[in-house]
Design a protein around this ligand. Structure first.
Ligand SMILES: NC(=O)C1=CN([C@@H]2O[C@H](COP(=O)(O)OP(=O)(O)OC[C@H]3O[C@@H](n4cnc5c(N)ncnc54)[C@H](OP(=O)(O)O)[C@@H]3O)[C@@H](O)[C@H]2O)C=CC1
Ligand SMILES: O=C(O)C1=N[C@H](C(=O)O)C[C@H](O)C1
Length: 233
């Protein structure tokens, strides 16, 4: 498989290493200054760039009928437009706030726990995410997906960063050292706590998931998710 990497930072470099180990070839490493992008030579584009750059990168790929795997977070106000562009150009698209197998299992666990907790009014939910100090967006994309999993399965109506309320999922974002990504969900009552937590030890799980998604999307047209790729419930 010939891969175009959009964003050649921490994730782009790790994806390159894993893709090469799996027998693939990186044909482009696109950064902010890159001109003459060889779209015609790519089987797939993998975008781990920046919140400002992601939408432009993704839609350029669709215009050239290159399928896109995007893990960039912090640009989702434009997600609907990206989906429309993908459909117009009959391309293929997977966005995931987190590509790791472990976090995708954690998403399922979170939804299951939320269903159980619905109506148990003595418990109040809250969430904490911790990432490295270079991270540009807060809360993390993963935290937003987790909050949506709670909201979709309970009477909580919205999430807020550093703000609480009766039907609010409050999210606290911490930025510390080189932490790859830690997410904790807490249900607290006056008598006890129920807590679930995912801790990434490094970035390899994210990168491997993105390469597996790129392999999976070959020959497909449409909008998919990691649930499709991993065949989760
Ligand atoms: N979904 C998932 O599983 C995961 C998602 N992420 C997300 O992926 C994104 C990237 O993370 P990470 O690699 O750690 O960040 P980095 O900052 O290490 O890398 C981002 C790279 O994108 C480059 N860039 C800037 N503008 C453009 C542009 N127009 N086109 C292409 N590249 C550009 C940056 O260059 P420069 O430094 O010169 O600006 C930088 O090299 C973030 O949004 C992060 O939240 C991260 C891990 C897992
Ligand atoms: O920026 C990161 O590093 C990460 N970003 C993603 C997010 O915002 O959820 C995924 C992972 O937690 C690492």
């Amino acid at each position: 498989m010939k891969i175009g990497l959009f964003g050649y930072g921490k994730m782009g470099k790790m994806i390159e290493q894993i893709a090469q180990d799996r027998g693939h070839t990186v044909v482009a490493r696109v950064d902010v200054d890159t001109t003459d992008i060889p779209f015609e030579n790519m089987h797939v584009a993998i975008d781990f760039s920046t919140p400002d750059a992601a939408f432009g990168n993704i839609t350029s790929c669709f215009e050239h009928k290159v399928p896109v795997i995007s893990g960039t977070t912090g640009w989702l106000d434009q997600f609907g437009q990206a989906v429309a562009q993908c459909e117009t150009h009959q391309s293929a698209f997977i966005y995931a706030s987190n590509f790791s197998l472990g976090v995708n299992v954690f998403f399922e666990l979170n939804a299951y726990l939320a269903k159980i907790m619905k109506g148990l009014d003595q418990y109040k939910v809250s969430m904490e995410e911790i990432h490295h100090t270079q991270k540009l967006d807060a809360p993390s994309g993963t935290a937003i997906t987790l909050a949506e999993g709670i909201i979709g399965n309970t009477n909580y109506a919205d999430w807020k960063l550093d703000e609480d309320g009766e039907h609010i999922v409050p999210i606290t974002s911490k930025r510390e050292g080189k932490v790859p990504g830690t997410h904790t969900i807490l249900y607290k009552s006056p008598v006890d706590d129920i807590e679930i937590k995912h801790t990434a030890h490094n970035r390899e799980g994210f990168a491997l998931g993105a390469v597996i998604a790129a392999e999976w999307i070959q020959g497909k047209t449409g909008i998919f998710s990691m649930k499709d790729v991993l065949n989760l419930t």
